[in-house]
Design a protein around this ligand. Structure first.
Ligand SMILES: Nc1ncnc2c1ncn2[C@@H]1O[C@H](COP(=O)(O)OP(=O)(O)OP(=O)(O)O)[C@@H](O)[C@H]1O
Ligand SMILES: CC(=O)N[C@H]1[C@@H]2OC[C@@H](O2)[C@@H](O)[C@@H]1O[C@H](C)C(=O)O
Length: 369
């Protein structure tokens, strides 16, 4: 199947769209990809939508600006697909399926609730292509964490590499998550802690620039290890996988424990960046064997300061996804193309070792045009 995967992640920086050729079991090839950045107004609307989502009790409720945000991002996703297909000189009739993650606005698996806005029926009608959406709902309803979902895709990709196992694939988006693959054992996965979101929020609050480009501010600062050790006392970091996070789960805790308000720009950026690396290293302590090879994807793969901190704290070789022939920027979009194909065939997306689902589970909701 030719599938376009779509991801709008917790960084809220834009939409990644990527073409993939897959039967949902093997990856035939990873195709072209693009990012359509959100403008400042759309970002601001998503921030408001997240606030309005805080009191949600039902996954279909859309109070406040949530409905407006849902329609806005759905139409922007349709544009992203068209733009990608135009570049490839394809039309929607040239693809079989779209995998539409949507935007997570609320994630509380303990309350069996996870909400991704994005109107599958509207996107299917606009593109006239079947759309698979709502990937997390079934897992959470069954008592799983609903995240991470990418491990089954990481497993398919790692199978094709000749690297020493265990191999860890680390995605550093707004939140960071890892998949550990050790031979034929089921992949072990979880969210590790904050990724870029806290660094982004800190930079934006201080400078109105939305992220620490190339980790430059962090590279000039001094890491406060005492503050990091205090944050790592949070029980999340001792909890074995599976486990998952909402984007803002650590915002208040880290702000207070680190005394961020009293830190300079560079030291704050350095300490927050080191916290992302240190929380990944903390997860390694909970694994039966430390990974021998690390592959880093997501926006964090573009941050050389973070990559250097990871290599230092993990004591193993750290490569970017681009180095092994994948796309660090598009890996999640490729993943949702793969997951859509799997869901169409009723194959499992999640496992007891990846989300804590009671059994391997399929998921997704299909919207036909
Ligand atoms: N050149 C760069 N230097 C430093 N950081 C960067 C750079 N480019 C991107 N980033 C970081 O990566 C983030 C975007 O990452 P990504 O697109 O992987 O996140 P996401 O998909 O929204 O999140 P998630 O995986 O949590 O859903 C930006 O917000 C920024 O923090
Ligand atoms: C609830 C939710 O949207 N979680 C995202 C988020 O962003 C990164 C991390 O937290 C991850 O667990 C998940 O996304 C990836 C794509 C996943 O499900 O595998």
């Amino acid at each position: 199947m030719r599938v376009v995967g779509l991801m709008s992640g917790t960084s809220m920086d834009g939409i990644d769209a990527a073409l993939i050729d897959t039967d949902g079991e093997e990856v035939q090839w990873l195709g072209a990809a693009l990012t359509c950045p959100y403008d400042a107004q759309t970002r601001a609307l998503l921030v408001l939508a997240m606030e309005d989502a805080r009191g949600l009790n039902h996954r279909t409720d859309r109070p406040g600006v949530l409905r407006e945000a849902e329609i806005r991002i759905t139409d922007l996703h349709a544009q992203a697909v068209r733009q990608l297909l135009d570049q490839l000189r394809l039309t929607p009739s040239g693809i079989d399926l779209v995998g539409f993650h949507g935007q997570t606005v609320f994630h509380r698996p303990d309350a069996r609730l996870t909400v991704q806005i994005g109107a599958g029926e509207r996107l299917a009608a606009s593109l006239r292509v079947p759309v698979m959406a709502d990937f997390r709902a079934a897992d959470v309803a069954a008592g799983g964490q609903g995240a991470p979902l990418v491990p089954v895709f990481h497993r398919a990709l790692v199978r094709r590499l000749a690297l020493p196992h265990p191999v860890a694939v680390l995605n550093v988006g707004g939140v960071a998550n890892v998949t550990v693959i050790d031979g034929d054992a089921p992949p072990v996965a979880c969210d590790t802690g904050p990724g870029n979101a806290l660094i982004d929020d800190f930079l934006f609050a201080r400078t109105k620039v939305p992220f620490d480009a190339d980790g430059r501010a962090a590279a000039r600062g001094t890491v406060d290890e005492t503050r990091i050790a205090e944050v790592l006392e949070h029980p999340f970091f001792r909890q074995p996988p599976p486990k998952s996070l909402d984007r803002n789960d650590f915002r208040l805790f880290v702000g207070e424990r680190m005394g961020l308000a009293g830190m300079g720009l560079e030291d704050g950026a350095a300490t927050l960046t080191a916290l992302t690396a240190a929380s990944v290293a903390a997860l390694v302590q909970l694994l039966p064997r430390p990974p021998q090879s690390w592959i880093v994807a997501g926006g964090g793969a573009r941050n050389p300061t973070l990559l250097a901190m990871l290599a230092a704290r993990l004591g193993a070789e750290v490569r970017t996804a681009d180095k092994v022939g994948w796309s660090a920027d598009a890996l999640e979009a490729h993943a949702f193309g793969f997951l859509a194909a799997r869901a169409l065939k009723g194959l499992p997306l999640t496992y007891p070792t990846t989300t804590g689902a009671p059994a391997p589970m399929t998921g997704g909701v299909l919207f036909r045009p």
